[in-house]
Design a protein around this ligand. Structure first.
Ligand code: MUC
Ligand code: MG
Length: 427
């Protein structure tokens, strides 16, 4: 049988795109094998379809990073539908189109639709190892897209087995995660007021300041003023997003360390690894690698060279909740501290990260899983629970969330473009 025919055996002629429509009896021994409509041996947990949806959500205020100012956030939602009726949901999200990494929301959607889905349709959704290995063999990089798919497969398997994703990952050792907040309005007084509000609300007592876009001395004064205002009531850290060169960073790291700043994230380009090693040797405040880690192998090389004292763990930059735990294992073995990072995902990506982070033995620098709180809207039926400075991670099966279909329909980008094209047509 040629490849085209084989691919078509996975499709049925009606609109359900179901290879197993006649057999859909959810949860009845989903691991049993049986023959599909064309006689091919299949599992009840086979992947039937993969849908990718781009969603644009407004932020509560402009969020200023060295390379981009966010006015909204774009999520790619992934729905993996399986033959037993189980659906897994995942999210692939980045910051500022292509400003942060090698993948944009548009490339993530196109690549999943065109390259990932054909490899996965008909495969066993219950075997996450095998599914991800199949992708790994044919698709280089694209860790953001892989992360959303891996999250969705874990969500599906958790729902099927009645287990939270954290338990599929070996079991949680904590139920809640302390969460930092990023001060990034660009205005010192506004940032101090925002930090005070967060302390009052008992929502955050760790603050990350986004610097690097402005003149360095002004940035340093801004950070020092905020630390002075907050004193010992908060941990203050900075993220430079690669904006400095090594000479500037050498001076700035000394000043920041001397003024009580606890952590300095990605001060220089990810390409200057030797410079990161030199900075990490002399800086009084620990250096954290973020953009330097684009895959698990990067983490190994950074650890080997001593280029950072702390790693920002991000599911998107490693290829998923399981993949990020491999980076964490490298860090643990090398004595490198761990920080649970974010790409400012919405609720789905945030929970996918959280389920991985609750399984870690140590998480000395806590997390920054505040993405949903930066958005004025979400597309989940129930918001995530932030209380007493922590994100509380659900015990319900899968990622522990459900989509609000009406809100998803409202915020999906293709709906907006349909409306726009109708309006243009009428005019
Ligand atoms: C980054 O560079 O770490 C995380 C928090 C935030 O405000 O931006 C992100 C990305
Ligand atoms: Mg960062």
């Amino acid at each position: 049988m040629n490849a085209f025919k084989l691919l078509n055996t996975f499709k049925v002629s009606n609109q359900t795109n179901s290879i197993l429509a006649a057999r859909k009896k959810p949860y009845e021994n989903p691991f049993q094998n049986f023959k599909n409509l064309t006689g091919i041996d299949m599992r009840a947990t086979a992947i039937e379809s993969i849908e990718t949806i781009i969603v644009d959500l407004p932020t509560i205020r402009p969020h200023k990073l060295a390379m981009h100012t966010m006015q909204n956030q774009t999520l790619v939602i992934i729905r993996v539908r399986c033959a037993d009726g189980v659906e897994g949901v995942g999210e692939s999200t980045t910051i500022g189109g292509l400003a942060y990494g090698n993948e944009s929301p548009d490339s993530i959607k196109t690549n999943i639709d065109k390259h990932f889905a054909p490899l996965l349709i008909g495969q066993d959704s219950g075997n996450v190892n095998a599914a991800m290995l199949r992708l790994e063999r044919s698709i280089r990089g694209n860790t953001f897209a892989k992360s959303g798919i891996e999250s969705a497969l874990l969500d599906a398997q958790g729902k099927r087995l009645g287990l939270p994703v954290s338990e599929l990952l070996g079991g949680r050792v904590r139920d809640a995660l302390s969460v930092a907040w990023t001060l990034a309005s660009g205005d010192t007084a506004k940032d101090i007021a925002e930090a005070e509000k967060m302390l009052d609300l008992r929502r955050h007592r760790i603050f990350k300041l986004k610097i690097g876009a402005g003149e360095v001395n002004r940035d340093l004064s801004h950070v020092i003023a905020i630390k002075k205002a907050l004193g010992d009531r908060a941990s203050v850290r900075v993220d430079v997003n690669q904006a400095w060169d090594e000479a500037v960073a050498l001076r700035a790291c000394r000043i920041l360390g001397a003024n009580g700043i606890d952590l300095i994230e990605q001060p220089i380009s990810r390409h200057n690894r030797a410079g990161m090693v030199r900075l990490n040797t002399v800086s009084p405040a620990p250096i954290m690698a973020d953009e330097s880690i684009e895959c698990v192998e990067d983490a190994f090389n950074l650890a080997r060279e001593g280029a950072a004292s702390v790693f920002a763990l991000k599911i998107a930059k490693n290829g998923g909740p399981r993949a990020v735990l491999r980076t964490a294992a490298i860090a643990e073995a090398a004595g490198i501290g761990l920080y649970g990072g974010t790409m400012l995902e919405g609720g789905i990506g945030t929970l996918a990260s959280a389920h991985a982070f609750v399984t870690l033995n140590t998480l000395g620098w806590d997390t920054e899983l505040f993405g949903p709180l930066l958005l004025t809207e979400d597309i989940l039926s129930e918001p995530l629970v932030y209380r007493d400075f922590q994100l509380h991670v659900p015990h319900t099966p899968g990622l522990g969330l459900s989509l609000d279909e009406e809100r998803l329909a409202f915020f999906r980008r293709d709906k907006v473009s349909r409306i726009t094209s109708t309006a243009v047509h009428q005019a």
